[in-house]
Design a protein around this ligand. Structure first.
Ligand SMILES: *Cc1c(COP(=O)(O)O)cnc(C)c1O
Length: 396
């Protein structure tokens, strides 16, 4: 089909042209004396995105899932009790990994469309006076359902009962796109990946850790090798890696970080909020419902949209792809066939969002869903214009 293909899945996201160009270079020598000139600033700058001044960051040649494993195997010991919750495919997979790695997983299941049950966490922590729970897990942004959880509230729950458990956060689809403050929120292990807010191909797993996590890793006894902190630290401190790093991705990372700092993290968060509000205005105009059950759960990086009873969301997604060259996110696991997702994170602007909404309107109409043509696009335009007015008034 002529023209662009349109990618509106919540990862991999669209790659800015500058970043793609930066990765188009010949192979380079990762043991050259000049390689640290690239690598050392990368570590310092990735830490800025996590707002982690006190700790350090690991960059693994893996997807986000590898960084999940790195966090658990470096910092915990087999049989350690961990407190987790499950409300979507990604939180489910993290629980599954924890079980397979031999931790004593205490998992709270809550409805898909809600997020981390902070009150239940608080109860469990307060009751655990013997401090058997070694770590508490938060999936910050559940990408399968478009739900954002309150990391700061979990920190507050830990502090309220002076519980020493480590705090682990999956920020794969949030960090670099929506507000995240590792130091301030006392997050010990924060995980992300390259192919979402960092606007790169998949292949870099980020693990940003606190001093407390580094200290815990010294006595932790889980088996680890490829992801071992001690090997990484030894090489990373001099600007190298213990094995061959993906040199092109690291050049791309340099370019994406430059773009992120040029825009400014707070401006990036504001843009994601504005774009998400446009998408949500369209959903209201179509009289459809988000998977997120309450406004407080709504994610600024991805919207999971319920199709009406009798419509198969998988067919909607297929039709958008075949007829309009447009990729929407699929419904995963429990919500398969029930939702389609619009990823609105990374290198994205108003016009791209309006394009996504147009494709959704064409597709829904083709699939027999009774929406008013232009209603969602119109509502998003109104939303963007009112946001712009507020911004201009504020500026003036
Ligand atoms: C994408 C994603 C992952 C998994 O990342 P991979 O890079 O595919 O391994 C984990 N958690 C969340 C919340 C995600 O969105």
């Amino acid at each position: 089909m002529p023209g662009h293909t349109h990618l509106f899945i919540p990862g991999p996201t669209n790659i800015p042209e500058q970043v793609r160009q930066a990765m188009n270079l010949p192979m380079e020598d990762m043991r050259s004396p000049r390689y640290p000139d690239l690598i050392l600033p990368l570590f310092a700058d990735v830490k800025k995105v996590f707002k982690n001044e006190a700790g350090r960051v690991f960059i693994y040649p893996s997807s986000g899932t590898g960084a999940w494993e790195a966090a658990m195997t470096n910092v915990l010991s087999p049989g350690d009790r961990v407190l987790m919750s499950r409300f979507g495919q990604f939180s489910h997979l993290w629980v599954d990994m924890a079980e397979r790695l031999g931790f004593d997983v205490h998992c709270i299941d809550v409805d898909w469309g809600t997020g981390v049950p902070v009150e239940l966490y608080a109860e469990q922590l307060a009751a655990d006076t013997a401090h058997k729970i070694k770590a508490v897990f938060v999936t910050h942004n559940e990408t399968a359902t478009g739900v954002t959880s309150d990391v700061a509230a979990v920190r507050a729950a830990l502090d309220a009962c002076r519980h020493p458990a480590l705090l682990f956060v999956d920020g794969v689809s949030s960090i670099g796109s929506i507000d995240f403050r590792q130091d301030e929120w006392g997050v010990d292990c924060a995980v992300s990946g390259s192919q979402k807010g960092f606007m790169l191909p998949a292949g870099l797993g980020f693990l940003s850790v606190s001093q407390k996590a580094l200290a815990a890793s010294k006595s932790a006894r889980h088996m680890r090798c490829y992801f071992a902190f001690e090997d990484m630290i030894k090489a990373n401190d001099t600007g190298y890696f213990p094995y061959t790093p993906p040199t092109q991705l690291l050049r791309g990372l340099r370019a994406s970080l430059d773009l992120m700092f040029e825009e400014g993290l707070e401006n990036i968060f504001a843009r994601h909020h504005r774009l998400a509000n446009g998408v949500r205005a369209a959903i209201r105009a179509w009289r459809l419902k988000l998977c997120a059950t309450e406004p407080k759960w709504q994610s600024d990086t991805v919207s999971a949209i319920r199709v009406p009873e009798g419509t198969d969301a998988a067919k909607v997604i297929q039709h958008a792809y075949r007829a309009y060259n447009t990729s929407l996110g699929t419904g995963l696991s429990k919500v398969a066939g029930k939702v389609f997702r619009i990823g609105h994170l990374g290198a994205l602007n108003e016009v791209m969002v309006l394009g996504a909404l147009s494709a959704v309107e064409l597709t829904l109409l083709d699939c027999g869903v009774a929406i008013e043509p232009g209603s969602g696009v119109g509502a998003a335009i109104e939303q963007f214009r009112s946001a712009a007015t507020i911004a201009t008034t504020k500026a003036a």
